[in-house]
Write a protein that binds this ligand. Sequence first.
Ligand SMILES: [Zn+2]
Ligand SMILES: [Zn+2]
Length: 93
Amino acid sequence: MRNKFLIISLAMGSLSFSQNQVDSTCVGVTTKGISCKIKVNVDSTKYCHYHLDNKVFNEIKVKSIICGENTAKNTPCKLKTKDSSGKCHHHRD
Ligand SMILES: [Zn+2]
Ligand SMILES: [Zn+2]
């Protein structure tokens, strides 16, 4: 009786111990060129949520906005643009 209990508690103890070993840092590199220090579960991934999709981490997402400049007909331009000026190719030059 006593021995059985001891074995079960030992097994449970080693189980929780091995779970604590699953603790590592992301293998990705940040935009500053240093290794990422975000902790990840190495059982499921090598990368943190930033490095899982490298494109998302390195690129600034450009949202397209509506130009809004007045056209020759004096109506607001409805063309979408991703230019930093916020103006479409017709109204930029
Ligand atoms: Zn990372
Ligand atoms: Zn425009």
